[in-house]
Design a protein around this ligand. Structure first.
Ligand SMILES: Cc1cc2nc3c(=O)[nH]c(=O)nc-3n(C[C@H](O)[C@H](O)[C@H](O)COP(=O)(O)OP(=O)(O)OC[C@H]3O[C@@H](n4cnc5c(N)ncnc54)[C@H](O)[C@@H]3O)c2cc1C
Length: 630
């Protein structure tokens, strides 16, 4: 009997975190299900390489640095002589992680690569891998993506209001930066909607934009001297309560132009050229300063601590109107459609990684089984059932998330007739937008909420180590992922706000019927009597109920529709790529949600024991022999 000491006795074997591209069975299934095989073959080498690189020690060191050296305001926003000086400092790790993401085209891919309507799927499969290693750098990237899409519509869509030559030049310049892969050129974007009056309801916006063009007698002041980009004719003042991408180069913001008009959307650069500034070395002429912005303070947050979220005061910020005055909500909805998907994919990325860590830990962690017997957690029937249940929920949400992305891709690039079809139901052209209108709020409302306790479950799966910060083993840091994950159900619309928005979409006097029809088309395609029947009841309720009567039930209604859609997609997946595990997952999901499973494939499979649970968690035929040293 040797007593243990700090260095002797039992020391837990290190879990090995595997490349999620291969290791995450759900990820692989989703890629096979949604992408035509030729596209999947084409993107596999790159995606697999990213899956490996993001687990490197280098990347985790950057993550630790971004979390440890959090953004700060130099001198609390003043220089040594007390002059206001809003200088935000972000750490080396943050910048390196951002640069890596730019190079890998986490945003640019959608704009410089063409996989037809599958381009968005390819992009978000890439983001999914990166989320848990990017230390929130994908948050400004999400807004960058939304801003790029908005400017793209104004630059290239014939439906958009005609741009003046100078507006075109300004927007084109920003668009080129937003879609670049070169870290020295790439811009991220802010998205400033939330004010103290409320983020859910921006109708009370107190920021005011005044049309105040520069006099034609003098040259127009520049945003950037090197690029000769002029500042805009609108002068914007107000207070923005939350700005996450405070280190960005530009922003899209909402402001009011007239008391009787709705809010309007504006583009504004973060900085402007000021030739009168003199540097501490006496240099003049090249100085830049913030474009009428004061960083009031940085927020102290529960999570997303690497992200520079600030309160901003605007005084005479110069900007350009986007679209028509009073139509800001419509403009910003283009961005929200994108940023909501990014938020949901981040939830999936966090959960995917957390499950990956839990799987790896289970392989090496010995536990007691009574009577002195010790087994690896991966052979423990209850632990495996717990992980299998979590994996089943995860896969269902992956299906819903990537189906929404499929609809987004179809909305942006229509399906050429000669393109190899995906295995998932593809809506007829006229139903793509109505379907996307519902899915974009529905999927985020459901997924971002349901994910939180599941990530927590992964923390628990590691026992006490799961609750630690694990900065000394950053690859195991589920507590960071949990903290970051919690914001998903708040920003870009809370669960209830998005549930009400989904209801609004379904009850809309003009487009509501088509949205209901789109869901009808999707759910009926399953030919599953139980699901169809349940949907008919809900549909009838939506048809006959007044919006205000349905409002208190909106969350329940929307979650139920989400569960029906997930079941439909589970059935599609089980048929397209059959196997006992997927059939069991499908049956278990449907049973748990109270749907009749008699028609679900593999009803028998749900009875399966440890081997089946292991196959759900690790994939069929995986060798679990590396197991714990018992
Ligand atoms: C870390 C972080 C970063 C952020 N970054 C940004 C950013 O970069 N840009 C930006 O614009 N915003 C940002 N936000 C703000 C975020 O989008 C808002 O906090 C969110 O939209 C909620 O708005 P609110 O805080 O004003 O809460 P409120 O809108 O006041 O909501 C409070 C509660 O009321 C409920 N509620 C409100 N309205 C309704 C309704 N109509 N129906 C049902 N329930 C309702 C909500 O569900 C919530 O539970 C960020 C927030 C966080 C936490």
């Amino acid at each position: 009997m040797e007593p243990s000491s700090s260095n002797t006795g039992f020391i837990q074997q290190q879990p090995v975190i595997n490349n999620q591209f291969y290791d995450d069975v759900s990820y692989q299934r989703v890629a096979r299900l949604f992408l035509p095989s030729d596209i999947l073959d084409k993107i596999t080498p790159d995606a697999a390489q990213i899956g490996q690189e993001i687990l490197s020690q280098q990347v985790f060191d950057w993550v630790t640095d971004a979390e440890h050296n959090q953004p700060y305001l130099r001198g609390n926003g003043r220089d040594s002589f007390g002059k206001p000086k809003s200088e935000l400092v972000v750490g080396e790790g943050w910048r390196k992680l951002q640069g890596y993401g730019f190079k890998k085209g986490v945003v640019a891919l959608n704009y410089d690569t063409d996989h037809g309507p599958y381009t968005r799927l390819v992009q978000f499969l890439r983001c999914h891998l990166w989320e848990a290693s990017c230390a929130n750098t994908l948050c400004p990237a999400a807004m960058q993506d939304g801003a790029a899409r908005l400017l793209q519509r104004h630059l290239f869509s014939s439906a958009a209001k005609k741009l003046s030559p100078i507006e075109r030049e300004v927007f084109q310049n920003a668009y080129s930066h937003l879609t670049s892969r070169d870290p020295t050129k790439t811009w991220t974007s802010g998205q400033w909607m939330t004010e103290r009056t409320g983020g859910s309801d921006v109708s009370q916006t107190e920021t005011v934009a005044t049309y105040d063009p520069f006099p034609s007698s003098a040259p127009v002041p520049l945003a950037s001297q090197s690029e000769s980009i002029p500042l805009g004719p609108w002068s914007i003042s107000g207070f923005k309560w939350f700005s996450s991408a405070t280190d960005s180069h530009m922003t899209i913001l909402l402001a009011r132009t007239h008391p009787s008009k709705g809010v309007s959307a504006f583009f504004a650069p973060m900085r402007r050229h000021n030739p009168s500034l003199v540097s501490h070395t006496g240099e003049s002429g090249n100085g830049t300063e913030l474009n009428g912005i004061t960083i009031q303070r940085l927020k102290h947050k529960f999570g997303t601590q690497s992200l520079p979220t600030a309160e901003l005061e605007l005084k005479g910020m110069r900007g350009w109107l986007i679209g028509e005055e009073g139509k800001g909500i419509q403009e910003i909805s283009t961005i929200l459609n994108i940023t909501r998907v990014h938020t949901t994919v981040s939830s999936m990325g966090y959960l995917g990684r957390s499950l990956g860590i839990a799987r790896s830990f289970a392989l090496v962690r010995p536990v007691g089984m009574g009577k002195g017997k010790r087994i690896a957690l991966s052979s423990h029937p209850l632990h495996m059932r717990t992980l299998a249940n979590m994996t089943t929920d995860y896969h269902g949400m992956m299906l819903l998330t990537f189906y929404t992305i499929h609809a987004l891709g179809l909305d942006e690039r229509s399906l050429p007739s000669n393109q190899a079809a995906t295995k998932v139901p593809t809506p007829p052209k006229e139903l793509v937008q109505p379907l996307l209108r519902v899915l974009s709020s529905l999927h985020k409302s459901y997924v971002c909420k349901i994910t939180v306790p599941l990530v927590y479950g992964c923390m628990e799966a590691l026992g006490g180590v799961g609750y630690m910060q694990n900065v000394e083993s950053e690859h195991l840091n589920i507590s960071r992922l949990f903290r970051d994950c919690c914001v998903g159900a708040i920003w870009e619309g809370t669960t209830d706000v998005l549930a009400s928005d989904t209801l609004r979409a379904l009850k809309h006097p003009l487009s509501g019927k088509q949205s209901v029809q789109a869901l009808d088309w999707l759910i009926l395609s399953s030919k599953n009597a139980g699901l169809v029947e349940e949907w008919q009841v809900l549909k009838n309720k939506i048809d006959t109920g007044k919006q205000e009567e349905l409002l208190p039930e909106a969350r329940g209604l929307v979650f139920r529709i989400a569960e029906i859609i997930i079941s439909v997609l589970y059935l599609v997946d089980a048929e397209a790529d059959p196997g006992v595990e997927i059939e069991a997952m499908c049956a278990r999901f449907m049973e748990k949600k109270g749907f009749s499973v008699c028609e679900a494939p593999g009803k028998r499979a749900r009875e399966g024991g440890l081997k089946l649970d292991q196959a759900i968690v690790y994939g069929a035929g995986k060798d679990l022999a590396q197991g714990a040293k018992l």
